[in-house]
Ligand binder design. Sequence first.
Ligand SMILES: Nc1ncnc2c1ncn2[C@@H]1O[C@H](COP(=O)(O)OP(=O)(O)OP(=O)(O)O)[C@@H](O)[C@H]1O
Length: 405
Amino acid sequence: MIEAYGLTKRYGAKTAVYNLSFQVRPGAVTGFLGPNGSGKSTTMRMILGLDAPSSGQVTIGGHPFRNLPNAPRQVGALLDAKAVHGGRSARSHLLSLAQLSGIPARRVDEVLGVVGLQSVGKKRSKGFSLGMGQRLGIAAALLGDPAVLLFDEPVNGLDPEGILWVRNLMKQLASEGRTVFVSSHLMSEMAQTADHLIVIGRGQLMADTSVKEFIEQNSVGFARVRTPDGEPEQHEKLRSAVQEAGGQVQPEEDGALRISGLALPHISDLAHKADVRLWELSPHSASLEEAYMRMTQGSGDYVSTADARAGLQQQVPGAQMPGMQMPGTAPQGMPPGMQPGMPQQMPPGAVPPGAQGGMPPQMAAPPVPPGAPAPGPNPYADAPPQAPAAPAPSPQPQHEGEDAR
Ligand SMILES: Nc1ncnc2c1ncn2[C@@H]1O[C@H](COP(=O)(O)OP(=O)(O)OP(=O)(O)O)[C@@H](O)[C@H]1O
């Protein structure tokens, strides 16, 4: 079991992780989700004793990592698959890790087999593909047959077969009663791998929930309704009836209507009363990815803006190319006040730019979902506006090495 209490990490003025409390239980795959720069790697490094918390604490089996008796036999981790001495063969890399932790050499061949690298065990790892490197990093994590495993973005760069293999391995390790904590920024991947989710945004806890509950709490249900093609008056009658009854209506690309805020039987009754025939009335819920995007929207470090292409193209006086739009002008049909690149609709729960009491948009606190713990004072509120942080320095010397010591 991994337990974090009030975990906070500051790098100078930058708060990477703030007041995180959670538990990662054995016997399940726990997904650790958050957009780029949300603090996942920092949290994992604190769990593994590679970074000291500014405040709060994190323990594995009740001990801080550094005080764990025989740590390599208890905890294995993949933090950075590239952190391997490229001149060494996969086998000798694993062998040196094993020797440092008193692990018998035969275990090296076992883990090479588990990750499918037996045939290339004698090859230098610098010739390895990204996927082979990930497999080698996973082999190192498994070396001590540990009860607790941490994997930071283990499917990065893997092909579909590799992704499936990692997915099944995680599930198998959890089914053996191990604690498996896997970070990812992809909800779609976690949906297929994890039983439980811990979601962070800007270093703060946004959800600690089962995958099932996450969908139920965050997905917005809607109905897709289609009136007969070629009968626009039917379409309009239904739209008015739904809006009068308090429902929200949006057009779908194929001419159907997306109705939210009203139950299906209610929509059916409204259509019946308005004498509108329906070709389709179907329930839908947002996908897990949509729910995740809605929850973490605005909480990523790196937010793109529209490309104004300023000065790249000389405008010939009076000429306008078909389909081209002058920088800064709204395209035809865009609602007043909207700018190119702005989302046409803010998802429920998202914090609109500028709505944070004078906080610059990039510093806006992430929306707090229902059921998430109150984050307390927002550390970002005091921080001066910053340019996007420089890329994080490369992780400390490979964890597997330290772990296996
Ligand atoms: N050593 C450091 N010094 C200064 N800032 C740091 C350091 N390490 C991380 N950060 C900053 O802390 C924040 C969290 O970074 P972290 O790498 O933990 O995020 P992440 O969720 O793992 O991101 P990604 O998905 O992109 O790997 C980022 O803004 C990052 O720039």
